[in-house]
Design a protein around this ligand. Structure first.
Ligand SMILES: [Zn+2]
Length: 323
């Protein structure tokens, strides 16, 4: 537990994921609120209880929850607070909190088709199993209030909501202008670049979003704010925001350039690029490596540097400019 100031505390619990621990933030105002809800394990709940006790609270004292995004390490304990009546976040979060079967069916169908387009072999389709593995750690409930950019947090009017899609299509961050404190969920982390994950569209018949393009736009949006202290979902608190943003942008541009160079040699599918860019990771992490490659391609396509064409259901990407 870390005291940020008299109205703001950082709470930290372990997760069963490679990312390690996850932070939540306790906000004291007209109501007692929690930003994010950790992961659904007994261990996380016990540790959270101990940390709340250190500040003089118990789970039953929490009155409302704001969620930065739908990933299981941020929603896990939403049901663990008996007095919470308000769970607020981006409206894209609702299908995840409700564990909406109709959405999950669309999700599976989307990825089945998407993997075909990417030419990813069928043996990788275990991605479905991964979803149910992850969902066991996610909280269940429903969103009571939708938040969007420009809103202030009910009960905490000094906090403004920012849309920070990219890492997730439900991602929001919260900014307190008077002293430049920014609660950024997984949008901006110091050591890790947040993987902009490809998601199945929420609505029927909608096109997928381009998360890398959104992520970059929202990094620029954050570097335009006067952030003095960035309170992340994982890892260290930091203040050199422009430097961290620049480092993430440059790292991504460098990888996009490698992708472009490969395409200048010959047309390729997403899967071929996964193998060439991530030779040691694609077998065990097809979803993350695929998301990253598709992100680089969306970015390059937006710049007019690559073009895709469909050949027998597969998408082939090629460079529009020579070396
Ligand atoms: Zn996340």
């Amino acid at each position: 537990m870390k005291i940020i100031d008299r109205t703001l505390y950082q709470l930290t619990v372990p997760t069963p994921f490679a990312v390690g621990t996850v932070h939540m933030y306790l906000l004291k105002g007209d109501t007692l609120s929690l930003i994010d809800a950790g992961v659904k394990t007994q261990e996380a709940f016990e540790i959270l209880k101990t940390q709340l006790n250190e500040i003089g609270y118990q789970p039953k004292d929490i009155e409302q929850i704001f969620l930065t995004h739908h990933h299981p390490d941020h929603t896990g304990l939403v049901e663990a607070f008996p007095r919470v009546k308000e769970v607020m976040g981006h409206n894209h979060l609702d299908v995840w909190l409700r564990k909406d079967q109709a959405y999950f069916e669309r999700h599976d169908a989307f990825f089945l088709n998407f993997f075909k387009q990417c030419d990813i072999p069928e043996r990788f389709l275990g991605i479905k199993k991964k979803l149910s593995y992850l969902l066991q750690y996610a909280g269940e409930g429903s969103l009571t209030t939708n938040l969007e950019e420009g809103d202030t947090l009910p009960g905490h009017p000094e906090w403004t909501v920012y849309d920070t899609k990219g890492h997730a299509q439900s991602h929001l961050s919260f900014y307190r202008k008077k002293d430049g404190v920014f609660i950024g969920g997984d949008h901006l982390l110091k050591q890790i670049s947040s993987n902009p994950v490809i998601e199945a569209p929420i609505g029927k018949g909608e096109l997928r979003a381009k998360p890398m393009v959104q992520y970059r736009e929202n990094l620029y949006k954050c570097s335009g704010l006067e952030i003095k202290q960035l309170l992340p979902g994982h890892g260290e608190i930091f203040s050199n925001v422009s430097e961290v943003v620049q480092a993430h942008l440059q790292k991504q541009e460098k990888r996009a350039l490698r992708v472009l160079n490969l395409l200048q040699a010959s047309e390729k599918t997403v899967f071929q690029l996964c193998k060439q860019i991530f030779p040691h990771r694609y077998e065990s992490q097809i979803d993350l490596t695929m998301s990253n490659i598709v992100g680089q391609l969306d970015y390059l396509e937006n710049k007019g540097l690559v073009k895709k064409r469909n050949e027998g259901g597969k998408e082939l990407y090629g460079a529009t400019v020579g070396k």
